[in-house]
Design a protein around this ligand. Structure first.
Ligand SMILES: Nc1nc2c(c(=O)[nH]1)N[C@H]1C(S)=C(S)[C@@H](COP(=O)(O)OP(=O)(O)OC[C@H]3O[C@@H](n4cnc5c(=O)[nH]c(N)nc54)[C@H](O)[C@@H]3O)O[C@H]1N2
Ligand SMILES: Nc1nc2c(c(=O)[nH]1)N[C@H]1C(S)=C(S)[C@@H](COP(=O)(O)OP(=O)(O)OC[C@H]3O[C@@H](n4cnc5c(=O)[nH]c(N)nc54)[C@H](O)[C@@H]3O)O[C@H]1N2
Ligand code: SF4
Ligand SMILES: [Mo]
Length: 808
């Protein structure tokens, strides 16, 4: 262990507990209170020998939408037991941030025999997985030389940092840190949007100008919760996350909860008042019919739409809009299509009976206030941008925006952790691609334009991607759509000349990298970690390294600093600012303390682990300032109001080059999108297949942990009616296929999914010979998904798929 590592490794030694006797004096600061601290640990100032036992605070930093405190118990320099938050009294509002099944199995990831140990270079074809061990010197020189050559030959726009979220929760270790290195040497081709939220962000940007929302604790003040494609019981699983708030807040308000999802998801699971199974991609039609009933039965908050909105009816319709171009006319059948959006009309599209639609509309119209919320399932579709706005319309016409107990129709809000971030510096390159279109930017970069491909900052791309950073990302293969197409594009290494992978495992993506570097896990490093989706109680965690660095693994900060050094002393200086990782952490702690004077000092944080702080306003209320005073606090839309009719979208619809069935509309109308349930492809592939984010993994992270695989099997959900028609029984191996590929997987025959629809947890590890038959045995959904982007966001429609299933 070198001196730097020793510094980072200041363990909490049990042996010193008694001696120091400091336990009584310690506190976990929560909302300014000093609470007794019940953990056993204590003196951090001593270094221990490897035979000692110790316990350190750390965190699970994968991208699951939560963030949990871990208490790692270490013996002989190895984690042997994982506890979670043991601080405080665990009362709601000052509760423990306890880990889920994945975080609790983190030692199986840390100690996994398959972990990458040494730097390697590729010797076979991309994807073959043939590598040889090289020295760090050779690896870093190769990366540094390649980066310098590519910057010289093609310019900074040829370098892209691939979307990756393996360390979404890190700060200095964050998945985005290669940004900082690139911004220290002239910048890089960046991206807008994310695989998580491309369509909802684009849609809400035109409607509201941003995505504010009420925090889930405010459900304590509501009468009705309506969840569209939202499953926090699986997607925000932390004891400090949304699922806990929903449960606790509903206990206080006794609010009814309606779950709208093609699957009877875990958030429902007996806790819902009603589950409405809906055909994927049709929430826009449901929303329109709900609006029809709300309008025709006089339940619209007219004062609200008059004062705060553009284009609800004639009164506020912009002059540039066509006659009857307003929302009310569209709903009542007086607009361009002449179709009244009746419950009967929507029943045929959505599969939800008309009487259920009428009943739900009355509930939404009469419950004051109502918490209408959407997850990101409805938007991860080919018509997602239209759908998200259509859903939000329900909150708008009922005046539920900006008030306690209401919500904007966006995903739950949260109180910011307020952490000081490791600065990423400014990117001098202003050109951006949509996150989902990087394969095109390799394949046909210079053909990509603003009006055809959504290039931003320039009319067209001047240079294709030549260099890819793939840090903490499995999006190079596993998490990007249409794996066979990506495989083909990456085969030609004269196109993208260098792919640098930095990961812990030989993932599907790692196999396609040219240089592969093993880094430490965040649990093996020091970092100041922010909370995520944590309702009205935010927190920060100071993580300490549980073990020393094993084999030849290095922390990402050191790896990037070494590469910066190879690009020149000025680059190195810009990247490091002369600080070590430890010095940065101390600095970030100090800066964070300037915002929260009651935050423990760096030294105290090492002992208490977590600093919890409550939202000063009790609950986060999305768009409250706007609601209270719209003149003083206009929205970020061009008019400053809620743009139900968007002139910007009308302009885009007129000027962009779109495929024939791609629709962008100034109003939140229902459009089917491509590969919908009415597509002619449906004759060949009659089943709609959505993905979902699964408790077995965080995407692909934790996907190789045996006990998690056993606890939560990878299966394809299919309704008994569809299964019977195909002679499929529970547990049978089936093939799921379309023109893009084939997956072999066991069937889960269950009435928890509606007929005509199937679903597979996304993120399972690809297990296919991509040089042979390409048939996947791992249950990896992206063998079947398309790379065709959605019309406006150019985002990933990864829940829109048509397939057929047959018994094997
Ligand atoms: N355990 C776990 N948690 C995670 C993740 C993970 O991989 N594992 N990933 C994290 C990340 S990065 C993200 S972005 C979020 C994702 O969070 P979400 O995008 O909200 O999660 P999904 O599971 O994709 O979709 C939510 C629900 O929408 C349903 N759904 C699909 N299509 C439709 C539709 O057309 N209409 C309606 N009404 N419902 C539909 C799905 O069945 C699912 O139950 O989760 C985060 N949390
Ligand atoms: N079909 C379909 N595809 C999807 C989705 C979907 O719903 N359906 N969801 C999309 C969404 S929302 C997202 S956010 C993306 C997520 O896609 P990714 O961001 O690629 O997420 P992961 O699959 O978890 O991969 C993270 C990688 O980081 C590695 N990793 C974890 N921790 C560390 C670390 O500390 N250091 C390093 N170096 N590596 C680490 C893991 O081993 C893994 O290889 O997937 C997208 N793909
Ligand atoms: S996966 Fe998410 S919920 Fe589970 S322990 Fe990690 S941070 Fe917490
Ligand atoms: Mo995501």
């Amino acid at each position: 262990m070198n001196t730097k590592n020793k510094l980072l490794n200041s363990p909490i030694s049990r042996r010193n507990v008694v001696k120091s006797g400091a336990a009584g004096g310690l506190f976990a600061a929560v909302g300014g209170l000093s609470l007794p601290f019940n953990a056993k640990a204590i003196d951090n100032t001593q270094n221990s020998t490897s035979a000692e036992e110790k316990a350190v605070w750390s965190s699970c930093t994968v991208n699951c939408g939560s963030r949990c405190l871990l208490r790692l118990h270490v013996r002989d320099d190895e984690v042997y037991w994982v506890e979670s938050d043991t601080t405080g009294k665990d009362e709601y509002g000052n509760h423990q941030v306890r880990a889920c099944l994945r975080g609790r199995s983190i030692r199986r990831r840390m100690n996994h025999p398959d972990r990458l140990k040494y730097p390697m270079k590729r010797v076979g074809k991309r994807g073959e997985g043939k590598f040889v061990r090289i020295s760090w010197e050779e690896a870093l020189d190769t990366v540094g030389n390649s980066l310098r050559d590519i910057l010289q030959n093609y310019g900074n726009e040829a370098v892209h940092v691939l979307y990756g979220t393996g360390v979404d929760g890190g700060n200095i270790t964050n998945s985005n840190v290669p940004y900082r290195l690139m911004n220290s040497c002239g910048g890089f081709l960046s991206r807008y949007g994310s695989y998580s939220t491309a369509q909802i962000r684009a849609g809400m940007n035109y409607l509201y100008g941003s995505q504010e929302a009420n925090s889930p604790d405010d459900i304590a003040n509501t009468k009705l919760v309506v969840m569209f494609g939202n499953n926090p019981a699986e997607t925000r699983m932390s004891g400090g996350g949304v699922t806990y708030y929903v449960e606790q807040a509903r206990e206080r308000s006794n609010a009814r909860m309606i779950v709208i999802d093609p699957r009877y998801n875990d958030t429902a699971s007996g806790r819902e008042d009603e589950w409405l199974p809906i055909r994927p991609g049709t929430d826009g039609a449901l929303a329109a019919a709900l609006a029809y009933v709300i309008i025709t039965e006089d339940m619209v908050d007219q004062e609200f739409v008059d004062k705060y909105c553009i284009g609800y009816d004639e009164k506020t319709l912009p002059a540039s809009a066509p006659q009857n171009g307003h929302y009310k006319a569209y709903i009542l059948g007086q607009g361009a299509d002449g179709i009244a959006k009746t419950p009967q009309w929507a029943a045929k599209i959505t599969g939800i009976p008309a009487d259920k639609i009428i009943k739900l509309a009355r509930e939404i119209g009469q419950a004051k206030p109502a918490y209408i919320v959407q997850g990101w399932g409805p938007q991860r579709h080919s018509n997602g941008e239209q759908t998200v706005r259509a859903i939000a319309m329900l909150a708008i016409i009922t005046g539920n925006v900006g008030i306690s107990g209401g919500n904007s129709g966006c995903r739950e809000g949260t109180y910011d952790s307020g952490v000081e971030w490791f600065p990423m510096l400014d990117n001098p390159v202003k050109t951006q691609i949509s996150v989902f279109t990087w394969t095109d930017a390799i394949e046909r970069g210079t053909e990509m334009t603003a009006i055809h491909d959504g290039i931003k900052g320039k009319d067209k791309l001047d240079v294709p991607i030549k260099f890819l950073w793939c840090y903490a990302s499995n999006t190079l293969i596993n998490q990007h759509s249409d794996i066979a197409r990506t495989h083909e594009i990456l085969q030609d290494d004269s196109k993208c000349e260098m792919i640098v992978g930095i990961d812990h495992f030989m993932t599907a993506s790692a196999k396609y990298c040219d240089i592969l570097l093993p880094d430490l896990m965040p649990t093996e490093q020091e970092d100041l970690i922010p909370s995520e989706s944590a309702g009205n109680m935010s927190y920060m965690i100071l993580g300490q390294p549980a073990t020393s660095a094993k084999f030849e693994r290095k922390p990402i900060y050191e790896i990037l600093s070494e590469i910066a050094k190879r690009l020149g002393p000025d680059v190195e200086q810009k990247f490091t600012e002369g600080r070590s990782q430890h010095e940065w952490v101390k600095y970030l702690c100090e800066k964070s303390r300037e915002r929260y004077p009651d935050m423990p000092t760096y030294e105290e944080m090492k002992t208490v682990g977590i600093f919890k702080h409550k939202c000063p306003d009790e609950h986060v209320i999305g768009f409250k300032a706007f609601r209270d005073n719209p003149q003083a606090n206009p929205l970020k839309t061009p008019s400053g109001k809620i743009e139900i009719y968007s002139e910007s979208l009308a302009e885009i619809a007129k000027t962009w080059q779109l495929a024939p069935d791609d629709v962008i509309d100034p109003l939140p109308i229902y459009t089917e999108g491509f590969e919908s349930h009415t597509d002619s492809l449906n004759k060949k592939y009659p089943l709609q297949m959505t993905g979902f984010h699964y408790k077995a993994r965080t995407h692909s992270s934790y996907g190789n942990i045996d006990i998690l695989k056993q606890a939560c099997r990878q299966e394809i959900w299919i309704n008994p009616i569809d299964a019977k028609a195909r002679g499929i029984n529970q547990g049978d191996m089936v093939k799921v296929f379309n023109d893009r590929g084939e997956v072999h997987i066991p069937a889960k025959v269950t009435p928890r999914i509606m007929p005509g629809v199937t679903a597979m947890g996304q993120g399972a590890w690809l297990d296919a010979d991509m040089f042979g038959k390409k048939v996947d045995q791992g249950g990896c959904i992206n063998v079947l998904t398309t790379q065709r982007p959605s019309p406006l966001a150019k985002g990933n429609p990864q829940h829109t798929n048509l397939v057929e299933i047959a018994k094997l």
